[in-house]
Design a binder for this molecule. Structure first.
Ligand code: C5P
Length: 247
């Protein structure tokens, strides 16, 4: 992993635990059909990831942020330079999101306690609000298995075959969208991710690794404007949400 300076743990006694943030930002954004990775696209005059980092920096309880970026990424150093805040670090991303998160977590765990908490938040979710992050932190600190922001599904859900035909309607009463941040004990998440990757599981979020390891993360209802930039039209919607948040 490419490392810059090391964040020194801020906890002063063994009973203190730190809260760290990991931001996977090593995706190439193939679904956007854009040469620029989605975390660097312009959103209201700033790259998407700058909004994301600003939201995390607005939560004073977060001790440090580790960003996973692709090797050879020439855009990131300019953005990192904009944040003179000492709490920002970088590591190399991996082949998939889960590998990027694992790299960041291994870096953190070299100095942090396994009992520390880690919040994993997609670089591509710039509209997350500090109040939601605070609520997640408060809830997770009371729940040993950690938790995540989510929202109940409101549309009717269909299962569709490869030809594009509907094969079933799925009961939506207990279905939720999994958002980020997702918050877990660093040591537990590290072990769960290693296990999940070793077992060849498809891990599109951290909670799925925790679930596979036998944990039951707590679902915390979050704001519906915490969207992930995935297709080009999401940028306009995110711009509208940010404008409303800052109004
Ligand atoms: O592609 P997806 O929408 O799942 O990406 C979610 C987040 O994971 C994005 O912020 C993206 O940059 C990041 N990612 C990563 N490493 C990868 C793939 C995606 O850090 N190999």
């Amino acid at each position: 992993a490419i490392l810059s300076r090391r964040i020194m743990p801020a906890a002063t006694s063994s009973s203190d635990v730190n809260i760290w943030a990991i931001v996977p930002a090593a995706g190439c954004g193939s679904r956007m059909r854009s040469a620029t990775p989605k975390q660097y696209l312009d959103l209201s005059g700033r790259p998407v990831i700058e909004h994301t980092l600003a939201a995390l920096f607005a939560v004073p309880r977060i001790t440090g942020i580790v960003v996973a970026v692709a090797d050879g990424d020439v855009t990131w150093p300019n953005i990192a330079g904009c944040f003179s805040d000492r709490r920002l670090e970088q590591v190399s991303g991996g082949a998939e999101r889960c590998h990027s998160v694992l790299n960041a977590l291994e870096y953190l765990c070299a100095t942090a306690s396994g009992r520390d908490w880690v919040l994993v938040h997609d670089a591509a979710r710039p509209c997350v609000q500090p109040a939601d992050i605070d609520r997640l932190i408060d809830t997770c600190m009371r729940n040993t298995d950690g938790g995540l922001l989510g929202m109940p599904v409101s549309d009717t859900m269909k299962r569709v075959d490869t030809k594009g035909n509907v094969t079933a309607t799925v009961d939506r009463t207990d279905l939720w969208h999994a958002l980020t941040p997702q918050m877990f004990r660093a040591g537990q998440l590290l072990e769960a991710l290693r296990q999940g990757i070793r077992a060849g599981k498809t891990l599109t979020d951290e909670a799925s690794a925790m679930e596979a390891a036998g944990y039951a993360p707590r679902m915390v209802e979050g704001r519906r404007d915490n969207i992930k930039i995935t297709v080009a039209s999401d940028l306009q919607l995110a711009g509208f949400y940010l404008q409303r948040q800052h109004a």
